[in-house]
Design a protein around this ligand. Structure first.
Ligand SMILES: *Cc1c(COP(=O)(O)O)cnc(C)c1O
Length: 227
């Protein structure tokens, strides 16, 4: 983008705070995960210099290559689909895994985290629009998956993540984000637990997500430019 990463970051932060305030929420209610996938370590370093500490990557291998080149106080968020054979590398590198969508994956993360002496923070990824082609667990499967996540000793389930369909906009888009918030509220009440995190909203739809309760937004293009 013509502006440069630091200027973009400033604009995105201001837009996030404005969207929160417009929704009657505190200006700092929403945290930014800067999605640096496909961009080099130098781009991450530029955002880091402007105070950014949460970064998102899609692929475990890219994360494992980039993380050692950058400061150790970065919290890396794995946001892309995770295969069970890559779980070890993910648990080693990721502060949070957003994309947990099956019992098999959940049990594998728990086992590896236990071996590594870590309690792995995770989110359960919800296929909120029930798209046939999308990753994420079906809404009907999520209550059981959540119960398992809460029972496993080495995972710390903080809440939910979703990606809205690319084509969704306006009232439909907000409705999808609102559905996940209501689902979270209902499950938190049913199980008597706090599930504080809703990871929803990207460059094109973060305002709608914040209006409906997002606590983490995952923004790449608006900060780093097109991929
Ligand atoms: C790439 C990606 C993002 C960021 O998308 P932008 O449109 O570039 O902001 C967010 N979430 C996930 C899961 C992604 O893969």
């Amino acid at each position: 983008m013509a502006n440069g990463i630091q200027a973009n970051l400033g604009e995105v932060r201001a837009a996030i705070a404005a969207a929160a305030v417009a929704a009657g929420r505190p200006a700092d209610a929403v945290q930014l995960v800067a999605v640096s996938k496909t961009h080099p370590a130098e781009a991450v370093a530029e955002a880091y210099a402007a105070g950014q500490r949460l970064f998102g990557e899609n692929r475990v291998q890219e994360l494992a290559e980039k993380a050692p080149l950058l400061p150790g106080d970065i919290a890396w968020h794995l946001i892309g689909h995770l295969q069970t054979n890559k779980v070890r590398a993910a648990v080693v590198s990721a502060a949070v895994i957003h994309s947990v969508d099956s019992e098999r994956l959940l049990r594998r993360i728990d086992a590896v985290a236990g071996e590594l002496g870590k309690r792995q923070a995770i989110l359960l990824q919800a296929n909120v629009a029930n798209e046939a082609t999308k990753t994420g667990a079906d809404m009907a499967e999520l209550p059981a998956l959540l119960e398992l996540a809460l029972a496993l000793p080495n995972v710390d389930c903080r809440g939910f993540m979703t990606m809205a369909p690319l084509a969704a906009e306006g009232a439909e888009l907000r409705g999808l984000f609102a559905a996940l918030r209501r689902f979270r509220d209902a499950q938190a009440a049913r199980l008597g637990v706090a599930l504080p995190v809703l990871s929803m909203g990207m460059s094109g739809d973060f305002r709608e997500a914040i209006a409906e309760g997002a606590t983490w937004v995952r923004i790449g293009t608006a900060i780093f430019g097109t991929r």
